[in-house]
Design a protein around this ligand. Structure first.
Ligand SMILES: [Zn+2]
Length: 65
């Protein structure tokens, strides 16, 4: 059996993680070459979100190349 595995991609601009070739958040190009991620569930009260400049909830890559 072959499973079609979707490789998540991270936006080069805002680090938002999705399965799309273009970021659904800002429309920029996404990359498969990224490392680590944070899940932001409460961006208004998250220290990490504030440090990374994240203004909406979601999954964000820590480093995108
Ligand atoms: Zn983006």
């Amino acid at each position: 059996m072959t499973l079609a595995v979707k490789i998540p991609k991270a936006c080069r601009h805002c680090s938002f993680i999705s399965d799309e070739d273009k970021c659904p958040r800002c429309g920029n190009e996404t990359s498969k070459d990224w490392q680590g991620y944070v899940v932001v569930v409460d961006h208004g009260h998250s220290e990490i979100a504030r440090k990374m400049g994240i203004t909406s909830n979601g999954k964000y890559a820590l480093r995108v190349r």
